[in-house]
Design a protein around this ligand. Structure first.
Ligand code: CMP
Length: 146
């Protein structure tokens, strides 16, 4: 099964509306490429609050859910599928802690995020979720052939 070939080798990233508005997109993409991730899918889209709620449904019982989904539907976002061995783990290291005040120096969030709510970038948190999230934004599964 093609999914097995990709398990552990892809992650979904989203450049969030704050980073797009603040013109950090090229800086962020340069850092991703420098760390040897291959961008195999990328699109620039705006999503509805309903779609943002579907994507973040595992956070639906959290106090920040409403604010999170308002934010994610407030402007352009850039979902990307990134390919590399140990993609999920390596990418989470590259982006740093959810809270930019705690994120290690040099990580994407330490450089480009302003707060825990507006934290510039998303990265999948497990290999299972990575596959699900890639398919969520790129449902044609064309990426599985790349
Ligand atoms: P992300 O990695 O996209 O996954 C869930 C998001 O919820 C997270 O980044 C944060 O941007 C957002 N969020 C907002 N408030 C909090 C909070 N208090 N703790 C964790 N995540 C939060």
């Amino acid at each position: 099964m093609l999914y097995n070939i990709f398990f552990g080798k892809v992650t979904l990233s989203i450049i969030k509306p704050d980073a797009v508005k603040n013109r950090y997109v090229l800086h962020i993409i340069r850092k991703i490429i420098n760390e040897k991730f291959k961008i195999i899918e990328l699109k620039i889209i705006k999503i509805s609050k309903k779609l943002a709620s579907k994507f973040y449904k595992k956070h639906s019982d959290k106090y920040y859910f409403n604010e999170l989904t308002n934010f994610m539907s407030s402007g352009f976002i850039i979902p990307m599928i990134l390919k590399k061995n140990n993609a999920v783990k390596d990418f989470r290291k590259l982006i740093g802690n959810t809270n930019p005040n705690i994120a290690k120096k040099g990580t994407i969030r330490s450089l480009y995020a302003t707060s825990i709510e507006e934290n510039a970038i998303h990265g999948s948190d497990s290999n299972n979720n990575a596959i699900k999230e890639c398919i969520f934004f790129f449902p044609t599964e064309n990426f599985l052939k790349k």
